[in-house]
Design a protein around this ligand. Structure first.
Ligand SMILES: [Zn+2]
Length: 497
């Protein structure tokens, strides 16, 4: 019998932790002047420093340090007055220096937290550290069925990504979330992504790998007080996958523990296709990276006055913005939870700022637009309809230019074409027909085309008018007001009403 999620929760307590890597959006790399632009021809954005050629001397990208301090401050961390880079020694073909320049026991930011909200309940996720390092190159394994190195005929390496500033944000283990562990993990990554986007330090595109998560999960018997052995699921590349990875590891580990087996401490890979994790390399014998302070770089010692300047210049962060919006929008706590769960709080706020009444903005984002986002399996924010478009639609409905049905057609057209609302309204001739003489003409034509229905209405069967209304709506391509059409038809046919 397969274990259910409820079975797991009855016997085990989950603890998760996340290590999130963020590629910064700096113009140049971490230790050299090479461009970081995504999608260039392989190996065209390299130099002796990021290729690790002998004698090349690195220099720290000041903007990357500033961005890291911004991230640390936004996550309530202390900023170290003095810290260093360290060499993390290991061999892998995508890392031409044979070591990664990282930070080890002296990270730039320590001891912070991020509060996340799931269904109106707050969970505080402790942040252990935020440190700077560099990205590796990218291997492409050619000829195998899976794209993995096993079974491949040969491999190609692209060093364009080698040396791009990479920030690692490490949480403390998060206990006490119980059944909600998968959702809290997802909510944490969502909140972190929103903060990074607000700070403007990264484009945080999970599908392009500029934000990637390793998810640690362990289970311990309820009430045991001890923590279980954790596994590390690598490179989980969507918000949905973060949630699925935690859940599937909880189920897998519970089956092992139920059978009296032990959980191996290992790296696992999440499969988007099967929704479960597969074993990678075992970590039971910890790799010795022989860390030592990087001799080619001077220590980083940010002036406290500079740090305070950066703090003062931070933009309004998402949580504060939401609190302010809630206040100014005057929405209920329940509405706020619903909007928050749908990921539309900021969108509603911006739609209101663009001139729409709160209720209209809320209804559009929670209704038709969330439905469209779900159909396309994207977040509402990535749907391609701007808050300004929604405010414009609300205005067009309010002044009688569009019916709600036509406004929805306009949304569909915006999604299809990428044009703005005014453009699609003009292109498609979307306009409620309120010209009475045009409606009268259409009504006469419908009556002439369907004399049976007309006779029934004349004979007192008012319900038969529906077919005629339908014909008029069809003739006017849905642009007439159905109630007005019905009234015109009944007036003409004198159907005893
Ligand atoms: Zn370079």
């Amino acid at each position: 019998m397969t274990l259910t999620y409820e079975d797991v929760l009855g016997r085990y307590e989950p603890v998760f932790g996340l290590e999130t890597h963020v590629e910064l959006g700096t113009e140049s790399k971490m230790f050299c002047g090479c461009s970081t632009r995504f999608g260039a021809e392989p190996n065209t954005q390299t130099c002796p420093v990021c290729l690790g050629l002998p004698g090349a001397m690195p220099a720290v990208n000041a903007r990357a340090v500033e961005d890291t301090i911004k991230i640390g401050l936004a996550l309530n961390c202390s900023i170290a007055p003095w810290c260093r880079f360290a060499r993390k020694n290991y061999f892998y073909p995508d890392m031409p220096k044979n070591f990664q320049t990282s930070q080890y026991d002296e990270p730039l930011c320590v001891d912070g937290y991020l509060d996340v909200d799931v269904d109106g309940q707050n969970y505080r996720v402790g942040i252990e550290r935020v440190h700077m390092e560099e990205d590796t190159g990218k291997n492409t394994h050619v000829g195998g069925a899976t794209g993995r190195i096993h079974g491949a005929e040969y491999s190609l390496v692209d060093y364009n990504r080698a040396g791009i500033p990479l920030i690692e944000i490490v949480t403390r283990p998060v206990p006490g979330t119980g059944a909600r562990a998968p959702e809290v993990a997802r909510a944490y990554v969502t909140a972190l992504r929103d903060i990074l986007r607000t700070l403007g330090v990264s484009d945080v595109r999970m599908e392009q790998g500029s934000l990637r998560c390793d998810v640690n999960t362990s289970l311990s018997p309820v009430g045991s007080g001890a923590w279980g052995t954790r596994t590390e699921t690598k490179n989980v590349n969507s918000l949905r996958s973060v949630e699925r990875a935690v859940r599937s590891e909880m189920l897998r580990q519970a089956e092992l523990l139920d059978a009296g087996e032990r959980v191996r401490q290992e790296t696992r890979h999440f499969s988007e296709v099967s929704g479960d994790t597969r074993p990678g390399r075992s970590k039971e014998e910890a790799t010795d990276y022989r860390y030592f302070p990087e001799p080619d770089l001077v220590p980083v010692a940010p002036d406290p006055a500079w740090v305070e300047q950066i703090r003062a210049a931070l933009p309004e962060l998402p949580a504060a913005r939401r609190a302010r919006l809630r206040e100014s929008l005057g929405v209920s706590a329940e509405d706020m939870v619903q909007m928050s769960n749908a990921g539309v709080v900021d969108l509603v706020g911006e739609t209101v700022e663009a001139g729409a009444p709160v209720d209209e903005a809320r209804n559009w984002w929670l209704g038709y637009l969330t439905q469209k986002a779900n159909e396309r399996e994207v977040d509402a924010a990535d749907l391609g309809v701007a808050p300004g478009d929604v405010a414009r639609l609300v205005a067009l409905v309010a002044d009688g230019t569009l019916s709600v049905a036509l406004a929805r057609q306009a949304v569909d057209a915006v999604l299809e074409t990428g044009h703005d609302v005014d453009a699609v309204v003009a292109e498609r001739g979307l306009r409620k027909v309120s010209d009475t003489s045009a409606l009268e003409r259409a009504a006469d034509e419908a009556i002439a085309a369907d004399p049976d229905a007309a006779d029934k209405v004349r004979g007192g069967k008012a319900a038969a008018v529906g077919a005629l209304v339908g014909a008029v709506m069809k003739a006017t391509r849905g642009q007439a007001d159905a109630a007005a059409v019905k009234q015109i038809l009944l007036d003409k046919l004198g159907g005893g009403v």
